[in-house]
Design a protein around this ligand. Sequence first.
Ligand SMILES: Nc1ncnc2c1ncn2[C@@H]1O[C@H](COP(=O)(O)OP(=O)(O)O)[C@@H](O)[C@H]1O
Ligand SMILES: [Mg+2]
Length: 371
Amino acid sequence: MNTQDNDPREALVWAALKTVSFPGMTRDIVSFGFVREVAVFDEDGSATAAVKLKVNTHNPGVGDTLRAATEEALVALKDISRARVSVEVVAPVKPEAAQQKAIAADPSLLKGIKYVVAIASGKGGVGKSTVASNLAVRLAQMGHSVGLMDADIYGPSVPLMFGIEARPRVIDEKLLPFEKHGVRVMSLGFVLDVDTPVIWRGPMVMKAIEQLLGDVAWGELDFLLVDLPPGTGDAQLTLTQKVPLSGALIVSTPQDVALIDARKGLAMFRKVNVPVLGMVENMSGFACPKCGEVSYIFKQDGARHTAEVLDCRFLGGIPLDPAIVRGGDDGVPVVAADPDGAHALAFGKIAEAMIEEVAKEAKKRPSFQIL
Ligand SMILES: Nc1ncnc2c1ncn2[C@@H]1O[C@H](COP(=O)(O)OP(=O)(O)O)[C@@H](O)[C@H]1O
Ligand SMILES: [Mg+2]
């Protein structure tokens, strides 16, 4: 916890901690979220800094290296004469470790769908729907049959991104998905009344999502991508409990705050035994609209580093580009508007990496593949 209000010297300590990088990386321990407690107090007349670190790594040796480096950075401060640093090293939970536990999923809910992949983020506005939409279109362009389910109860944006305004038809008590840009699309936005209050309580959320899962005539699909609401709340939990998810893909921007949130999302999926297929970095660098050259406004490769530390695959990055915003607003995802362009190729690479991972996971746990 940041307790900078307690003692003005704590701000100096935080600043010093930001100069300590994780062994072998350029990122510092504060931005990784490894600093858990900071306190400054006078003890026997000496200004003492006490710092607690909790570090996710498979390498137990990192603890000692970090402790020494942190103590050195702290005592170098002229206001601090003593440093007490404790480091707790926690090995990241590997999906394999949790394999034995079965998910209480109902396989009949999504019969005929080969892989169900959740697109998640710890935070809103990082481009989760943009990534879900373009990835879905790309998978379709690659010849797969693809569905996209927009389960974001807080801000369903897939109808806008696909330029669909109509309401879905109901046949044999099933909602018919729309088919656009080669993708079968269903959204909570189609079935929600615009006046429905945003603050949905647990049971209502669960009901809506169950309906989206059970009452849509998806037909046979290779992939169903699910655009989840941001965060780790009821909607995500229902989904992870009800659907035999083949895996989850985490979208993050390179900034530290978003990455800390992505880390929480990742921890949630691992806790409920859903394999995390990897991380996608969105808005990584700015693509110049004139020459296409990418310049890095935020830290370069933040998600790549976090993926490394958290022991999951980095699936690829998508730069910030006004063409992507336009695509979203015009209802034609950039991959559909320009199937041979740089973005389409980048999404293609992400799609290929995702397919590899999902197949690997399915092999490990065959019950996850509903055929
Ligand atoms: N790579 C990108 N380049 C430029 N704008 C983007 C990019 N990704 C997303 N956006 C824009 O950012 C906004 C938020 O994206 P969205 O996909 O709706 O985020 P989320 O689903 O995570 O809330 C949208 O206006 C979208 O067009
Ligand atoms: Mg969204």
